[in-house]
Design a protein around this ligand. Structure first.
Ligand SMILES: Nc1ncnc2c1ncn2[C@@H]1O[C@H](COP(=O)(O)OP(=O)(O)OP(=O)(O)O)[C@@H](O)[C@H]1O
Length: 317
């Protein structure tokens, strides 16, 4: 096994479906061993297409992907055996039991039987008590848990989760996050696609944003939030103001909430935030504060801003 930092290398990857629709346009991406990478993007952005190509389900139209050095086309079996995929859609044979489903999946990858390992996987996913039940008798949430167990059955080094928590209840979502963290602690590389930005915010080490078949950026989550996030100082006033105080005119200060609140937006990265200046200037003018606090824009605001700006630029082009 290679120990290089990159476990999946995607270069110049493109996909045009038979309909002529170009779902991916020259994607380059290096996924690091042991990281949790979240791929965010609106509906139809190309997330599933990208994952499906890496997992060997969809053929690329151009470019190259290697998984731990194995080419996904030329060395398909080796590459695929390193990967577990939890797809969006339920794909199980409804007449099989939970145990048979998971055991069969392990066998398909040519792995020797390992009852103890599979028992642990089922226990971790709260499925052990259901092991003898037929798939058709399970609830939707339980079926999803089986999809995860199936993906883990052959002890993959890499786990892809395609919108793992779409439509699942709070408990399953929490269990899934817990499981993802445990797997990461064991060194498994995890790639998840999601519409839930808070999920990426909570879980990911790095975040990739896909829009219209293009990977717009891939960055460390903390860097992304620091670079693109804006901070805001929110000042609640004792007495409403009818106009912006002169001392803060020309600064990024706005009067809101019928004159009862002042907001000051500043660059979170800047060396000088200007917060002290603003507060002193207001105090000098006799403005009295009821409450002062600050907020950091969320990943959701950053994401919406980025995708919105890019779509607007395209429309204007
Ligand atoms: N087999 C196919 N033939 C033609 N077009 C397809 C095919 N599969 C996907 N597409 C199109 O490619 C685009 C990207 O789809 P994809 O499923 O990769 O997006 P996604 O980002 O995963 O979206 P979602 O968040 O809705 O799952 C969509 O416009 C989709 O309609």
């Amino acid at each position: 096994m290679s120990t290089s930092e990159t476990i999946i290398a995607v270069s110049g990857l493109s996909k045009t479906y038979e309909s002529g629709f170009q779902a991916l346009k020259t994607v380059d991406l290096e996924i690091r061993r042991g990281e949790i990478l979240a791929l965010l993007g609106p509906n139809g952005a190309g997330k599933t297409t990208l994952i499906s190509i890496i997992c060997g389900i969809v053929n690329p139209s151009g470019g190259k992907v290697t998984v731990d050095g194995y080419d996904i086309v030329g060395d398909y079996r080796q590459a695929r055996s390193l990967i577990g995929l939890v797809p969006q859609e339920l794909t199980n044979n409804l007449f099989d039991t939970v145990w048979a489903t998971v055991n069969l999946s392990r066998g398909l990858f040519g792995k020797a039987p390992n009852r103890a390992y599979l028992e642990q996987v089922l226990r971790d996913l709260s499925l052990w008590d259901k092991r003898n039940e037929k798939m058709m008798a399970l609830s939707g949430g339980m079926k999803r848990r089986v999809l995860i167990a199936k993906a883990l059955a052959h002890e993959p080094q890499i786990l892809f989760l395609d919108e793992p928590t779409a439509g699942v209840d709070v408990e399953l979502r929490r269990d899934m996050w817990e499981m993802v963290r445990t797997l990461r602690d064991k060194g498994v590389t995890i790639i998840l696609t999601t519409h839930y930005i808070e999920e990426a915010e909570e879980m990911a080490d790095r975040i990739g944003i896909i829009n219209r078949g293009e990977l717009m950026l891939v960055k460390e989550k903390v860097v992304l939030m620091r670079q693109l996030g804006k901070r805001q100082l929110i000042i609640q006033l004792q007495q409403p103001l009818t106009a912006l105080p002169e001392a803060v005119q020309g600064r990024a200060v706005e009067l809101a909430d019928d004159g009862c609140m002042l907001t000051y937006t500043f660059d979170a990265q800047g060396e000088q935030t200007g917060v002290g200046d603003i507060l002193r200037a207001l105090a000098r003018e006799g403005v009295e504060f009821k409450d002062v606090n600050s907020s950091q824009s969320s990943l959701e605001e950053i994401f919406v801003g980025l995708v919105h700006d890019s779509n607007r630029d395209r429309a204007q082009a």
